[in-house]
Design a protein around this ligand. Structure first.
Ligand code: GTP
Ligand code: MG
Length: 362
């Protein structure tokens, strides 16, 4: 049985159509299902409108009193669910309800534990969304992938609010999300083996009002930080930072020895020092940060690491040479280069860099 939770707050204009279309899609799919509307005391009659469909559709309405929050509404809804497959979707028609059938079909076909409707995999997208929402969404997605690279590896849309998960995958997991993002909590705390994604087009909101604001953004950051801690990725982050900092010392010392003490030409010394630091970082992270990662294939992993680090390394080299050229002390110039290199990798490359030490590290 499939249990779909639909969290609502002031969605009286769209809730009935959401329920009718969701039910039609799941009837067509063929499996038994229930739709659970979780409403937080909407004062526009949302709950009543949903309840009025209870005789025609398999709908239940859970009215929460004195509580707010999308993600906790989903957890409370799932707690009353009878299905072995749990799901969630918005009640404002931004998630086309017909996609539910595609998710169910994909789960059955692939036997995945989690099937996510994604805007960012091939074929997905957002319709008529203002540019600033697109940028904010992409930035928040990248941030999540950067903070939790191991858990979110292979997932293009970790912010998605539409997905199905097998109940057994989150059985016993204590889900205590803050704010809007329930999927992060599921992936962070559940035992998700196989993941599958289905592309979909996120619609523009036509009715009602958005509940996403500054407060939800702050809660998102808090939620990410808490998940980084509880999934152990914060510890890995600390180790990764330590390797990076000692790698900077390797870079600076090698430059000093080669350029100053041994008198190598600066361009060659800087390149060699940077390369030495890259190799040091690779082995440092392999042994210290990701101590349980699989050993091989070694050369390919190192080659991939070198490739991803190349743009940052080139910037490092250029800055070292040009700043020294305009009068900076050599090690000062190199320190600026190293900082810029680190920043490039931190902001753009963490998800792909961490993958190098194996996709199944936790
Ligand atoms: N029960 C419950 N539902 C909520 C709450 N906040 C939002 N929702 C519902 O969660 C779904 C998503 O919220 P939206 O405000 O549409 O968020 P969004 O889709 O990210 O943002 P927009 O694109 O601006 O609509 C909708 O069905 C809302 O009614 C809440 O505090 N409690
Ligand atoms: Mg919405």
């Amino acid at each position: 049985m499939i249990s779909i939770v639909i969290p609502t707050y002031r969605e009286s204009e769209s809730v009935q159509q959401t329920l009718r279309r969701a039910a039609a899609a799941l009837w067509k799919y063929g499996d038994e299902f229930e739709l659970i509307v979780v409403d937080d005391e909407s004062d526009d009659g949302t709950a009543e409108k949903a309840e009025s469909l209870q005789n025609e559709l398999p709908v239940r309405v859970l009215r929460r009193k004195g509580k707010r929050g999308l993600a906790t509404a989903v957890v409370d809804g799932w707690a009353t669910a009878r299905g072995d497959i749990l799901g969630v979707m918005d009640g404002d028609l931004q998630h086309p309800p017909e996609v539910l059938a595609e998710l169910a079909d994909a789960m059955q076909r692939t036997q995945a534990d989690l099937v996510v409707a994604s805007r960012y995999c091939r074929g997905g997208g957002s319709l008529r969304w203002p540019w600033w929402r697109r940028v904010a969404s992409a930035a928040a997605t990248h941030l999540a992938a950067t903070v939790l690279p191991l858990r979110l590896s292979g997932m293009t849309d970790p912010m998605s609010g539409m997905f199905l998960v097998r109940a057994r995958a989150i059985e016993g997991a204590e889900l205590t999300p803050i704010g809007f993002r329930i999927l992060l909590e599921v992936v962070g705390k559940g035992k998700i083996g196989k993941l599958c994604e289905v592309p979909y087009l996120f619609e523009k909101r036509e009715q009602g009002r958005s509940k996403l604001g500054a407060r939800e953004c702050a809660e998102y950051l808090m939620h990410l930080a808490r998940l980084a801690w509880s999934t152990g990725q914060l510890r890995k982050w600390m180790r990764y930072t330590l390797v990076g900092l000692t790698g900077a010392v390797v870079n600076l010392s090698a430059l000093d020895v080669m350029a100053v003490k041994a008198g190598w030409p600066l361009a060659a010394a800087a390149a060699a020092a940077i390369e030495l630091a890259i190799v040091y970082n690779f082995f440092g992270n392999w042994l210290f940060t990701f101590s349980r990662c699989p050993a091989g294939p070694f050369a390919r992993r190192l080659a991939r690491y070198e490739l991803i680090c190349a743009p940052g390394a080139a910037l490092n080299w250029l800055l070292t040479l040009s700043l020294f050229g305009v009068g900076f002390p050599l090690l000062g110039a190199a320190a600026v280069g190293i900082a810029a290199d680190g920043l490039v990798n931190l902001t753009l490359n963490i998800p792909s860099i961490w993958k190098i030490w194996g996709p199944d590290l936790h």
